[in-house]
Design a protein around this ligand. Structure first.
Ligand code: ADE
Length: 260
């Protein structure tokens, strides 16, 4: 099995790249695709950059040039569900593009992707369950050792929860509590917002390949978001991404091994 691992921030993938054995680098379309093995699984790891186009281009290269069997995306997100706290982990059940609106044409509803006849892209059930298991395993295991008490206290991170739910994607870093409230009125099951996941989901859907998206809550999508975000990414998300990705690859290895 070969898995594509994507992150939208260098901090989210650099720790993973540091773990790869038999590393080979490929420069394609302005990105560096790092190929190697980790925990017995063949991987191609790449920093996608921000936004839906960047994510979709990167996913397309992983699928068409590297022939990966599926994509694991890890990154941070702004909370839309007010019960979520910094450090909580959201594993996508499904994703949609909150900035897609062709409803001026009577054929389409809001959020619907024209000509695909759908707005939501469901995650692959088996890959989603591996992500949930990986996130829970990391939070209950290494989390306290990997993210110091001092960092947790200074950033207001408690004992993270792992939840599954809807993720909305758009080409906008959300710093507007009113925008989020309105979005949640339209999508009451929405957990968080980010800038890449649904683009990866649509690309994988069109290639009929499994994917899973894991997001760590870095901010509340309000006017404090830019400050929370930068501190959180460098001190917490980088460590959590590495721990969850490690646990995910081990889970996938055990599954492949038990099928053999
Ligand atoms: N990723 C992390 N926080 C975000 C936010 N507030 N809006 C969009 N993407 C994000």
């Amino acid at each position: 099995m070969k898995i594509g691992i994507m992150g939208a921030m260098p901090e989210e993938v650099s720790g993973i790249v540091g773990q790869l054995e038999t590393l080979r680098m490929h420069r394609i379309g302005g990105r560096r695709y790092l190929e190697g093995t980790w925990n017995g699984i063949d991987l191609v790891v790449v920093f996608s950059r921000w936004g839906k186009v960047a994510a979709s281009v990167t996913a397309t290269v992983l699928l068409s040039r590297f022939d990966v069997d599926g994509i694991f995306f890890i990154g941070v997100a702004g909370a839309a569900d007010p019960t979520l706290r910094l450090g909580d982990v959201v594993v996508a059940t499904d994703l949609l593009q909150h900035d897609m609106d062709a409803s001026a044409i009577p054929l389409f509803s809001k959020f619907e992707i024209p000509l695909l006849g759908r707005s939501r892209f469901p995650s692959d059930a088996s890959w989603m369950s591996a992500s949930l298991a990986a996130a829970n395993h990391f939070i209950k295991g290494d989390f306290e050792a990997w993210v110091s008490d001092e960092v947790r206290t200074s950033l207001g991170v408690g004992n993270p929860r792992v939840v599954a739910g809807l993720i909305a994607t758009g080409d906008r870093f959300v710093t507007d509590a009113a925008f989020l409230r309105d979005l949640r009125k339209a999508l009451p099951d929405l957990r968080c917002v980010e800038m890449e996941g649904a683009a990866v989901a649509q690309t994988c859907f069109e290639f009929a390949v499994p994917f899973t998206v894991v997001r760590i809550i870095s901010d509340r999508g309000d006017d404090g978001a830019p400050v929370d975000f930068q501190n959180f990414v460098s001190k917490v998300a980088s460590r959590m991404s590495l721990g969850i990705a490690s646990s995910f690859t081990k889970t996938m290895f055990e599954r492949v091994d038990s099928d053999a």
